[in-house]
Design a protein around this ligand. Structure first.
Ligand SMILES: N[C@@H]1[C@@H](O)[C@H](O)[C@@H](COP(=O)(O)O)O[C@@H]1O
Length: 243
């Protein structure tokens, strides 16, 4: 794991943007693994700005999102599909046929199978990740097997609370209790992984991810075995790192 410590959220977003654009410029038909949550919002804004100003094209790019809430239709304003359109896709030249977000409704078993198949056929060049305060990646909560693939998940109470704080207008009762998520094995298959962590709320999870034992209790600790994993951590999220 390569840990890059930067001053703050703004610097983390710029650094992450640099790495994402580097992958896209080197391979204009790259497969991008994308993430939601509040952390990548500024990065996505920078990517939109770059597209507008410098004309970086996404015409040949394919995207694959990590996860989706169970029970929310794509058109629901709190769905991750909707989030991605609002924060990124609507202002890029990406072909929406090349955009993939797991479906949170319908026949979930079939959906998970199809998503795994899709990921097998389209190896991800760079997988962007945030991290949950409990160390989750995607929606892979503590206890998830490292060999897991796309599956339906029961969300932990702390994850529901975290997400209610930032989304769903603070209404905890509106946050779905389940989700569909790429598994940890799918994430580990990406050629490159880029995780961004910002704020003191992530300090414990970052310490456990980087310096703790590799354990399913900290899903992000699986990344210790990834051959090309970069963690961009701001000073607040790095406070508990010993080295
Ligand atoms: N499924 C998402 C994760 O992909 C994300 O990393 C996490 C952290 O969110 P935030 O970036 O808002 O702290 O939230 C959700 O649980």
């Amino acid at each position: 794991m390569k840990v890059i410590i930067v001053k703050d959220y703004e610097e983390a977003s710029h650094k992450a943007c640099e790495i994402m654009l580097d992958v896209i410029k080197n391979n204009p038909s790259a497969n991008l693994g994308l993430a939601t949550g509040s952390t990548p919002i500024r990065l996505y804004e920078l990517m939109r700005e770059d597209h507008k100003t410098n004309g970086t094209s996404y015409k040949q790019i394919k995207s694959f999102n990590l996860d989706e809430y169970f029970g929310l239709d794509q058109s629901h304003p709190q769905s991750y599909h909707y989030f991605m359109c609002q924060n990124l896709f609507n202002e890029l030249d990406i072909d929406m046929n090349n955009v993939h977000v797991p479906k949170g409704n319908g026949d979930i078993d079939e959906e998970c199978k199809a998503y795994n198949q899709l990921l097998e056929e389209n190896p991800i060049d760079i997988q962007l990740l945030g991290i949950g305060s409990n160390g989750h990646i995607g929606f892979n909560e503590p206890g998830t097997a490292f060999d897991s693939v796309t599956h339906k998940v029961d969300l932990k109470q702390s994850t529901i609370e975290d997400n209610a704080r930032l989304f769903f207008n603070g209404k905890i009762e509106d946050v779905p209790t389940q989700a569909v998520s790429m598994g940890i094995a799918n994430i580990m298959n990406a050629k490159k992984v880029l995780l961004i962590a910002s704020g003191e709320g992530k300090a414990k999870a970052i310490q456990a991810t980087v310096e703790g034992p590799k354990t399913t209790e900290v899903p992000a600790s699986a990344l210790q075995d990834h051959p090309d994993c970069i963690l961009i951590v701001d000073e607040a999220a790095a406070t508990l790192l010993k080295k």
